[in-house]
Design a protein around this ligand. Structure first.
Ligand code: GRF
Length: 219
């Protein structure tokens, strides 16, 4: 089976990108990271990608001002140039238009640092702590036009500790992110994920063990 060609879109640090690159080093992994693209020329993740020998591209949103469709046309051109099959958003801080999202329907993944549908948007760890949440975590989902929504592919949870602050909680959630993103991409690249009625079925069932990481994990 040929490996799916994946573009990872970043805006910053790129630790999830690095986790995907690491997973894809395994020849048996069903996807290869063919491109890392950033909307910010100064994203630190670009250097990490280059060091790993991966093609990089910068599509600077600032060049296009408020013209989102023009930015996305430039992005689409780069994706086509690299014959991309699947896109993984990984800390990509631009909202994509419904037009772009529908063009990539069921081929566009995102990771969000909360157990969706709880805590959409920013500052998720702070808000989880403020709400007294006992469980928190991360979600990989297919992207829909509405922000941080879409069929859930994989989730990982951590128990919130009494002693947690934003930093410690974020650190444990990030470790979970680095596990569930490669897992979710693998399931999608293997063609095992189907969206039915707004939900993901994996191998034909709604909630397979293979797509969740539950509390009680070390760390
Ligand atoms: C992660 O927490 C991710 O869930 C969120 O943005 C952060 C990006 O971190 N969407 P990194 O750039 O992958 O290190």
């Amino acid at each position: 089976m040929s490996r799916k060609r994946v573009a990872v879109l970043i805006s910053g640090r790129g630790s999830n990108m690095a986790a995907l690159i690491e997973a894809a080093k395994d020849k048996n992994y069903p996807a290869e990271i063919a491109l890392v693209a950033s909307n910010r020329p100064d994203a630190p993740g670009l250097a990490t990608a280059r060091a790993a020998g991966i093609a990089t591209a910068i599509v600077d949103h600032a060049t296009y001002g408020k013209d989102r469709p023009a930015f996305e046309r430039a992005l689409q051109a780069v994706l086509e140039q690299h014959r991309i099959d699947l896109i993984c958003l990984a800390g990509f801080m631009r909202l994509l238009t419904p037009g772009f999202v529908s063009q990539w329907q069921d081929r566009l993944l995102n990771i969000h640092p909360a157990l969706l549908p709880a805590f959409k948007g920013l500052d998720t760890h702070k808000r989880a702590l403020a709400a007294g949440a006992k469980l928190h975590g991360a979600t990989v989902h297919f992207v829909m036009p509405e922000m941080d929504s879409g069929p859930i592919i994989a989730q990982g949870a951590v128990a919130v500790r009494d002693s947690d602050d934003e930093r410690t909680l974020a650190g444990r959630v990030l470790a979970v992110e680095h596990r569930i993103y490669p897992l979710a991409l693998k399931l999608v690249a293997e063609g095992r994920v189907r969206v039915v009625g707004g939900r993901c079925l994996i191998d034909g069932v709604p909630v397979p063990d293979s797509a969740s990481i539950v509390p009680g994990e070390p760390g």
